[in-house]
Design a protein around this ligand. Structure first.
Ligand SMILES: *[C@@H]1O[C@H](CO)[C@@H](O)[C@H](O)[C@H]1NC(C)=O
Ligand SMILES: *[C@@H]1O[C@H](CO)[C@@H](O)[C@H](O)[C@H]1NC(C)=O
Ligand SMILES: *[C@@H]1O[C@H](CO)[C@@H](O)[C@H](O)[C@H]1NC(C)=O
Length: 173
């Protein structure tokens, strides 16, 4: 994991004034009796203030286990696997089994989510008004990524089954 992190970092040292451009998000419930989306969208308030909101309605609480597989694809001739494909046990992470790699992914959304406590999770999960400018800062300054068009694919499992499939399309220019 640490090695991947370093490679990821080294690859990124290519451009200083890179810009994050959010393209699209697709949130799919894999089991509508378990969870539905109440929102999954990008909103442009004005030219400088854009944000992402994702809201879930969870019908079978509590979530006693939660893990996420995150896979990055880069568009070359079609989307090809790029740099990482890993799974994080979110409950272990929230219980403080942290490292710099999974902390980075948490920091991308954590400060704007309502999950900042250990499991079980006894409420809907919401990511509210995550500013694009903040993501821009995280992926171009905190941990620079090389230019390109990307898809971050994630599959969220809760209580032992896959529940959500999420694709986030963005580019770094
Ligand atoms: C964009 O909207 C935000 C939030 O309403 C506001 O604080 C900011 O001043 C606006 N920026 C411009 C350029 O209008
Ligand atoms: C990434 O990892 C997941 C979980 O181990 C696996 O199902 C998937 O096939 C992997 N993707 C690629 C492109 O190897
Ligand atoms: C989450 O809560 C812990 C403990 O209360 C705090 O130290 C940490 O800063 C919080 N993180 C975020 C992103 O709010």
């Amino acid at each position: 994991m640490r090695l991947v992190f370093l490679v990821f970092f080294a690859f990124g040292l290519t451009k200083i004034n890179a810009k994050f451009e959010f393209k699209n998000a697709k949130c799919t419930s894999l089991d509508k009796s378990f969870l539905e989306f109440d929102g999954c969208y990008l909103k442009s308030v004005n030219r400088t203030y854009k944000y992402i909101t994702v809201k879930t309605k969870i019908f079978k609480l509590p979530l006693k286990s939660l893990s996420v597989n995150i896979e990055l694809f880069k568009r070359l001739n079609g989307y090809k696997p790029f740099l990482f494909n890993f799974t994080v046990d979110a409950c272990r992470f929230l219980a403080n089994h942290r490292n710099s790699f999974n902390q980075y992914f948490y920091d991308l959304i954590g400060p704007y989510s309502n999950v900042n406590h250990s499991c079980p999770i006894n409420h809907d999960i919401i990511v509210d008004k995550l500013p694009i400018a903040y993501l821009n800062h995280m992926v171009t300054t905190v941990l620079p990524m090389p230019e390109g068009t990307y898809c971050m694919h994630s599959v969220w499992s809760a209580n032992g089954k896959e529940r959500v499939d999420m694709n986030i399309f963005f580019s770094i220019e």
